[in-house]
Design a protein. Structure first.
Length: 77
């Protein structure tokens, strides 16, 4: 099973859509809210070179923004 982490923040419609999409497909994921977790925010920015949410990390591959085709391909949906 893939390890999925979703970096989110409040008032982010694409973040909510991403979580809903994953839940609808039965994909377990860990959510990291960068507004509450500064360590997660730093990791998102430094390790994945991302400055906006959502960032979906599947295994070690980061997808910046909601890219349904890439998510489906990496998760074999």
């Amino acid at each position: 099973m893939n390890k999925v982490v979703v970096y989110t923040q409040p008032s982010c419609p694409p973040c909510e859509f991403t979580k809903l999409f994953l839940k609808e497909h039965g994909v377990p994921f860990e959510e990291k809210n960068i507004a509450r977790d500064q360590k997660a925010k730093k990791k998102m920015m430094n390790q994945y070179n991302a400055f906006s949410t959502p960032v979906i990390v599947i295994d070690e591959e980061a997808i910046i923004g909601f890219d349904q085709e890439k998510i489906e391909r990496l998760l074999h949906l």
